[in-house]
Design a protein around this ligand. Structure first.
Ligand SMILES: Cc1ncc(COP(=O)(O)O)c(C=O)c1O
Length: 399
């Protein structure tokens, strides 16, 4: 593995904005041939004991607030035993890499058989850098498979997030730097017997992050089972964006299949770490220097994933950067709809609120497909990952 260099981005100049911003992507294509997602991850996830589809909820009050016909929220507040969607990518990527090391995919039907099949590989340590959720998912995957793990977090990571990772049995290294620095340190420390399961990618390290994106596909296939006519019904999809891996899965699903080509895709980032939006604006990947301090901790990333960039560049129609107050407002609205969403989880809804109220509203609403008769899919990607912060913002503890 070569050292991560923070992607291929060029550094953006120092910049601090507090305003929500909207970037309309004039290069987006409605159908991108050759990126159709497969269902293999869904087949693997279904064999894991903790797997169950997460709910897809019809939210009429949110639809009324946004001025659209229907809002469907895919709530990832509890996914395979953890409070975010991240287990989908961590478990599938680790599984594929272990199969790769074995030389072929073994036959297995339950966890005991899988562990037996993996025994020839001996002991391993799974490693990852994280803002919280991905690292916890890697640590949980390691524990489930009987491996050790070691997780790297950036300076400023909330103590509750560190404790949650440690509760999975992983030692946590607190890095004196931002998320990108944690990614670099993790890669530097990976020695013999270590497997870095990163959700972001860099030159020379793309196989595992590609499988992370494949793993996220399960979430979108579930939507089809829950809403069989989803390809015809869904007019727009809003997703939170950190390094862009989740958004890439959305692009593959809604842009890679000709049948779904009508849906608009909206990516939402925090102001101050909107690396994908600024890259789309510039027409090439740019790095937004840290520190990144949004309460939307999972989105505090300054560098688009090298693997995600070509997909999000052509697949996302609108990028919105929102301030923390909109994330808080979205958390409260989701709570009233009966959905527990943490700061990062609520970001996608926050982005839609910004589109309605922003100065560019008419063009942005049109580009985002937010018509009065539209049906919108909102990805609420995490539950209350910090219960104390949740209570402070929403006014009551997570249910
Ligand atoms: C809860 C949650 N939502 C969304 C994201 C963004 O995903 P990506 O970094 O793939 O863009 C993250 C990333 O950590 C996350 O933890």
């Amino acid at each position: 593995m070569t050292d991560p260099k923070g992607g291929t981005g060029r550094r953006a100049g120092p910049r601090r904005r507090a305003e929500n911003t909207v970037v309309l992507n004039h290069r987006s294509a409605s159908h991108i041939p050759g990126i159709e997602p497969h269902r293999h991850a869904l087949q693997v996830h279904r064999r894991l004991p903790c797997y169950r589809a997460t709910p897809l909820l019809d939210c009429p009050d949110l639809a009324a607030a946004l001025g659209v016909a229907r809002v469907w929220v895919k709530s990832e507040s509890s996914r395979m035993g953890l409070p975010s969607f991240k287990m989908l990518g961590a478990s599938y990527a680790a599984y594929r890499e272990l199969c790769h090391l074995l030389g072929s995919e073994p036959e297995w039907s339950d966890l005991a058989e899988l562990r037996t099949a993996l025994a020839p590989l001996g002991g391993l340590t799974l490693m990852a850098a994280t803002d919280g959720n991905h690292g916890r998912a890697v640590a949980r995957t390691a524990r489930t498979l009987g491996y050790a793990s070691r997780i790297y977090v950036p300076a400023g990571t909330a103590a509750t997030r560190i404790t949650a990772i440690e509760s999975e049995g992983a030692p946590v290294a607190l890095i004196d730097g931002d998320y990108d620095e944690a990614v670099r340190q993790c890669a530097r420390d990976a020695g013999e017997g270590c497997l870095v399961v990163s959700d972001t990618s860099w030159r020379g390290y793309e196989r595992i992050p590609a499988w992370v994106i494949d793993g996220y596909a399960t979430m979108f296939w579930e939507v089809h089972e829950q809403l069989p006519d989803a390809d015809r019904l869904i007019d727009a999809v809003a997703v939170p964006v950190g390094v862009g891996a989740l958004a890439s899965a959305a692009v593959r699903h809604f842009r890679g299949r000709a049948r779904a080509a009508g849906a608009r895709l909206i990516g939402v980032e925090p102001v101050g770490s909107d690396c994908v939006g600024q890259s789309v604006r510039a027409g090439h990947p740019v790095i937004i220097p840290g520190p990144h301090t949004s309460i939307m901790a999972g989105l505090n990333c300054g560098t688009p994933s090298r693997l995600a960039w070509p997909l999000v560049e052509r697949g996302l129609d609108v990028l919105v950067a929102i301030d923390d107050e909109l994330a808080r407002e979205a958390m409260r609205m989701l709570s009233q709809a009966g959905i527990v969403a943490g700061e990062t989880g609520a970001a996608a809804l926050g982005g839609l609120l910004a589109l309605r109220d922003g100065r560019q509203a008419p063009q942005a609403i049109k580009a985002a497909g937010l018509r009065p008769d539209a049906q919108i899919l909102v990805i609420s990607s995490e539950g209350a990952t910090d219960a104390a912060a949740y209570e402070q913002i929403v006014g009551h503890p997570p249910a």
